[in-house]
Design a protein around this ligand. Structure first.
Ligand code: SAM
Length: 193
């Protein structure tokens, strides 16, 4: 069986993980998700990346670990308390801009076809405003969601939402989509045109 290589974990991730536990942050993206995000970020060396739902910055650390020096990342959350951890650990990296605000408002304010990778890890961009979010992808741009396999903390009645999102992505005429039984369950889509 192939094992996830934990020796390659970004050093900043360990620091954020420790602070997240101390804070009691209970919505972390898994390390396996992070490793996939790092790979995908590395495929866009001068890319413009968007993360909806910074949390404490666990996934942000992986994205930055894959990004080239010419790439940039906007990471947004509506909770300044949790994002403060990401700012404290990652804020000196000039490639990342942290934003506090509502995810959907932010998506609606962006020009179409302006991002090369979007990691949608908040309600907006995933279960709300999906079309507006997908419209932000440039041709060849990647859209990534995690927590698509059943999770213990899912609210009642969440499975149909997940199924509907997966079906919309898989049937979208402008997307090539794959659903992966990897980490917490990933769906990754690439815009064809
Ligand atoms: C699943 S967590 C993100 C975890 C993050 N990927 C990590 O690894 O730390 C979802 C985040 O979305 C944020 N969020 C929830 N609703 C939001 C909204 N309407 N706009 C922006 N962020 C939102 C929450 O505050 C939370 O930090």
């Amino acid at each position: 069986m192939l094992e996830h290589d934990t020796t390659a974990t970004p050093p900043a991730w360990r620091e954020i993980d420790a602070r997240s536990r101390a804070l009691g942050f209970d919505m972390p993206s898994e390390a396996g998700t992070g490793a996939m995000l790092r790979l995908l970020a590395a495929s866009k060396p001068s890319g413009r990346l968007l993360e909806l739902g910074t949390g404490t910055g666990l996934a942000t650390a992986w994205l930055l670990g894959g990004m080239g020096q010419g790439a940039t990342l906007v990471s947004l959350d509506n909770d300044a308390g949790v994002q403060a951890v990401a700012r404290a650990v990652l804020g000196d990296d000039p490639r990342v801009t942290f934003v506090i605000g509502d995810g959907l408002d932010h998506v609606r304010a962006q020009p179409p076809a302006s991002f090369d990778l979007i990691f949608a890890d908040a309600w907006p961009g995933k279960y709300e405003g999906l079309d507006a979010t997908l419209a932000l992808l440039r041709p060849g741009g990647l859209y990534v969601v995690d927590d698509m396999s059943r999770q213990p903390n899912w609210p009642e009645g969440h499975q149909p939402r997940v199924d509907a999102l997966t079906a919309r992505l898989q049937s979208h005429p402008d997307l090539a989509t794959v659903a992966l039984d990897w980490a917490s369950g990933l769906v990754i889509a690439a815009r064809r045109s």
